[in-house]
Design a protein around this ligand. Structure first.
Ligand code: SF4
Length: 238
């Protein structure tokens, strides 16, 4: 029995799918890695690519790709990125003709939500926003024990309510929902229930200033413990 290798692009060294080649000449595909989905799942890829034939999907994908292109300036010494994500949000929403944006934010980022609202309004958008604690539902209602409340057993604590956040933005018919700093898991529920086009400005990471990649960038030093047993050497003491 032949067993198919699971897709593992993260371990690919050759990168045949994006190897340098001339326009109109796809990169050679004769020596794909054993785990390459182009080798093992061509039917899935073919079906996915067919989706771009739908006019609205094709147009959306074209605008996204154009946005990607415009994020670089071409200088004599090469490409240089130029646009931060917030500016990209504005530019992409304008490209799509969006008028009404909806921010779903974590209460811990209420100041950031206010600043983002001001920036977006100053750039001509109508902005609505919903905080994660909307509804003021007690955490006990989802089975949280008193000793599991951050505010302490003796205090009221509203649960995060990403389903209500999503449903409110659905009912407001926002052109684009923007996630700002929702916790892990709560963001999963929001994504599950949000029926509007959606993007993410930030994810919650309390320790790194909402930049989870900082942990990856320091995974050979300060966060070496996350690599598990394979990584025995402790980081240098500085
Ligand atoms: S699609 Fe294939 S070639 Fe491209 S990164 Fe994944 S494994 Fe590598």
């Amino acid at each position: 029995m032949t067993t198919r290798k699971s897709p593992n692009c993260a371990r690919c060294v050759k990168g045949d799918c994006h190897a340098p080649s001339k326009a109109g000449q796809p990169p050679p595909m004769d020596k794909l890695a054993a785990f390459c989905p182009m080798k093992n799942l061509p039917g899935v890829i073919k079906k996915a690519v067919a989706e771009y034939a739908r006019p609205e999907v094709k147009e959306f994908a074209r605008l996204a790709s154009k946005q990607e292109f415009e994020c670089y300036e071409r200088l004599p010494d090469g490409l240089r990125p130029k646009n931060p994500r917030i500016l990209e949000l504005i530019q992409f929403a304008q490209k799509c003709g969006y008028k009404k944006l909806g921010i779903a934010f974590c209460v811990g980022l209420r100041n950031e939500a206010r600043t983002l609202t001001e920036i977006l309004e100053n750039n001509g958008f109508e902005v609505v926003s919903v905080c994660c604690k909307v509804g003021a539902v007690a955490k006990e209602d989802i089975g949280i024990k008193p000793e599991e409340k951050i505010a302490g057993p003796e205090n009221w604590e509203s649960m995060c309510n990403p389903i209500a956040q999503a449903e409110i933005l659905n009912s407001e018919k926002v052109d684009l929902a923007v996630m700002l700093g929702l916790c892990i898991g709560h963001d999963t529920l929001f994504i599950q229930y949000c029926l509007r086009p959606m993007t993410v400005i930030a994810v919650k990471d309390r320790v790194t200033g909402h930049n989870p990649l900082a942990t990856l960038y320091t995974s050979s030093t300060y966060y070496a413990r996350l690599m598990g047993k394979a990584k025995k050497k402790p980081p240098p003491p500085f």
